[in-house]
Ligand binder design. Sequence first.
Ligand code: GYE
Length: 629
Amino acid sequence: MRLRKVLIKLTILGTALGLIFFGGFGEFTKSRTANSPGQVEFLIGVSQPNLNGSWQIQMNKEIKNEIARHDDTRVIFTDAAQDNEQQIQDINTLMRYGVDLLIVSVDNAITLTPVISEVYKKIPVIVLGRGVKGYDYTLYIGSDNQLNGKMAAKEAIRLLGNAQGQIIEIAGNKDSLQAEERSRGFHETIRKESSHTRIQSINGNWLKDNAEDELKGLLKSGVKPNLIYAHNDAMALGAYNAIKQLMLEGIRIIGSDGLNEENGGLQLVQKGLIDTTYITPTGGTTAAQYAIDILHKVPGLPKKIILRDHEVNISNVDSYLKDVDSESIPNITNKHSGIKLGFAQVGSESEWRSANTDSIISAAKEAGVKLILKNADNNQKKQIDIIRDFIKQDVDVIAFSPKTEEGWDQVLKEAKNAGIPIILSDREINVDDQSLWTSFIGSDFVEEGRRAGKWLASDSESAKAPLNIIEIEGTVNSAPAVDRKLGFNEIIQQDPKFQLLKSYSGDFTFDKGKKRMIEALETYGKKINVVYAHNDDMALGAIQAIEDYGLNPGVDIKIISIDGTKKAFNSLSLGKMNFTVECNPLLGPQLMKAIKDLENGIEIPQKIITAEETFDQKQAKKESYRRSY
Ligand code: GYE
């Protein structure tokens, strides 16, 4: 350890003198300083919390191999050897050295988040694998760790059968978001689906030896678990060693990472040392590819890429060992001359929806994808019938914008049985079997609701008196309505002065937005201080109702909305609306890229979350001329 620290310090020092930690020493300094045209343009810095984990080493390997394919770019790696202060120093040294983009994996989200926010003010930042709090970065790439914990819990319940469960959880670094989210997903699911099961948690700090020692101590104290849930395979192997040394029998072990190497999760499952692991892609290659795109200013890049984890146990380990890569990718050999996409659009309820439909049609044309787009007129039964018809037509891929979150299991099972992958466009669904859909492309609606709430909180900071709010919700049980409400409430509940008088459903349309506002004015009149509408169309309807009522929207009553359409920008510029949170409808290009990747046998992310802004009146005045929808 000490040697490694010295080495790193030396290397950092060395870097300042032009030496490189990874890659050709001489080669870099020469080209950078030589300034030969078309040669090295960009320098990427990669800051790792520790390189004693094979997962992080695999991540660096992937980054290095991908960057090596680009002559105009070089990469430097640093390793903080699990020392947060050292990682902060590493990042500052990389900044002093003038890197053009930072890729960073974080063990301690609390300490590192503010540091990364500062870096993000100066250069693009990709957060990889282990996340940070908030949104101060260019792109986050990693797994859905809460889902990882949830899957592990369901597997634990399966492995325990009906046995009375006594589980020991060996958690990763307690300050890392990855550990926090895995733990939350695991505990919530056990509580919900196996309430008699007890969980005791210990901290292994991601390390095999720590896990072994901590567990041995607990087992010697007489605790008799029948299952161990370790947040990574290194700690799962530590648990196995502890159990073996104490000659205990019948204790099941679940790990995560699923690397294909000596003592990697796949080998541990195959040898029966542990029962289950989750292949958790490191995202190294994806991060390097997006780093190149960011440095070359490619437009329309996402904010988050959520990679899919794959459950591996004795029933499928051999197929993964045989060919890790192809095992999980839905294969869409196009059955027609050129990929055939069936798109079941939810309706034409709003400006946003029209822009979304146009984006899909134009992107399909550009990508040479054969598109059959059908409109379900906001009717779920009709949407299900359309999907069934696409299955009959044997299209290659089906994408749809689900009207509501529930009720899709059956028709998606039929699509899966027909071997047709499903892509969710702009709205998510609730299904138990996550394999019924391949990817989701859209926005983080909870975050949109938070942003609306944060604007209200900052705008009314000095206000003492209660602020009465009318909420006009979108389509009942639709993902955007459910999540935008959740995010907004999360913020306004922090201050008792915010009083939600009533929530109405306006179904995302102008007319219903107006109708509901008329009802609200009849009931509450001048008591209303704020209207929070889940989309611009309803907000604009409400504005008309307020004007008809003889009040000044934007002044007498503050108007907060979501979508960021051109009409909303006009209203903001006229001072009738106060704030709108962008929700990007231009999902066509991302959807076609995903379909092309599938066609080429490339695994596509589980979720692609779009990058979005917010606009107040001043910003809207500045931006409205170039609003395309
Ligand atoms: O905000 C609204 C549309 O699903 C994100 O649906 C979409 C929403 C959008 O009707 O305008």
